[in-house]
Design a protein around this ligand. Sequence first.
Ligand SMILES: Nc1ncnc2c1ncn2[C@@H]1O[C@H](COP(=O)(O)OP(=O)(O)OP(=O)(O)O)[C@@H](O)[C@H]1O
Length: 357
Amino acid sequence: MNEEYGESSTNEEEEEDEYTNPNENIFNGNQGYLICDAAVKDKLDYETISEKYEIKPENLKIIQAIGEGYYSDVHMGILSLLTAKITVAVKTTKTKTGAMNAEESEGIRKRQRQALREELRIFEHLQSSSAGGHDNVLKLLGAITIIRADFCLMTEYCECGSMDSFLQAKWRNGHFVDELVIEANEYEQVWKIQHDSKWREDFQSRREKGLITTSDLLWFALQIARGMEFLATMKILHRDSAVRNVLLKTDLTLKVADFGLSRKLRENDDGYYVGKEGTAIPILYIAPESLKSRRFAITSELWSFGVVVWELFTFAEKKPYSELDHYENNEPFYEILVQHLSSGRRLSIPNNVPRQM
Ligand SMILES: Nc1ncnc2c1ncn2[C@@H]1O[C@H](COP(=O)(O)OP(=O)(O)OP(=O)(O)O)[C@@H](O)[C@H]1O
């Protein structure tokens, strides 16, 4: 394994409590995640981690850094399997913890490892299905969990990174082609292909120029819907759906990713999970009923999907509800948002959306 990870000859068993909720508090202070104070009860039901994914450190070579999240660093690496070498994304605890001393730093890393362990459990559950996962959900390919210094998760590598930067770049570089045409009567909206017989033929040349169209945005929305539908059938609540947490392959296949806040519904949960007190949640994406009660269900996932579609059609240029950003009377943003939604107001319909949607 790469020197960056340091040499470790000890097979230290993690002493960390596997059943604590690692993400509680770690998102504190992260913009857009907010702690609610409603009374809560916590229900979790995870399978134990199997050894199916454990790999030896010498089979992983780290190549370069590709990203950074709130609780992990992400690198691109090469995983050597019996018959092949594959490119993987490697999620590790953060190199820079911002801690004042070694003891504090180890405390932070311990929480980060716990967060990654939780994510691992979700991956394992999702991949326990007969299909072994879903094409639109990121797959776990390996993990090192028994050697603390090398602790990491390895997932499919998505060459184009996360969807928010991809969309922003397309918009800023003028690489979006609106396929909708407003007719002279100003009411009827038709597709370009209905006016231009060459539109279909030019598909390949648009691809080569790196252009994306309204149909592509719909295709992205459909893929995310399929991924989230799969999560729902596996009784997983993602709870952090946002375009920044969707990853993209070069063939424009999308992968729902980042299960750091995800929870599995138990059989006896009555269809909802009640968030633990102190957990920070991404309020801009959360359904009003979950904001108020901390109850999360498949229906609240559908709300988040709606916000994701809004982000797709606005090219992730702005955060949802950015017009509410100016705080009035020092009221907390959470309160402003709850009032806004309770009064029936919603995100505005973006310009490029087909009317049927
Ligand atoms: N499988 C992957 N393929 C390619 N790039 C990836 C992959 N996983 C993560 N990345 C890159 O690393 C960044 C951080 O990853 P990720 O969001 O999963 O980390 P995190 O610590 O869980 O972040 P968050 O703060 O959103 O919880 C992503 O925005 C993306 O650019």
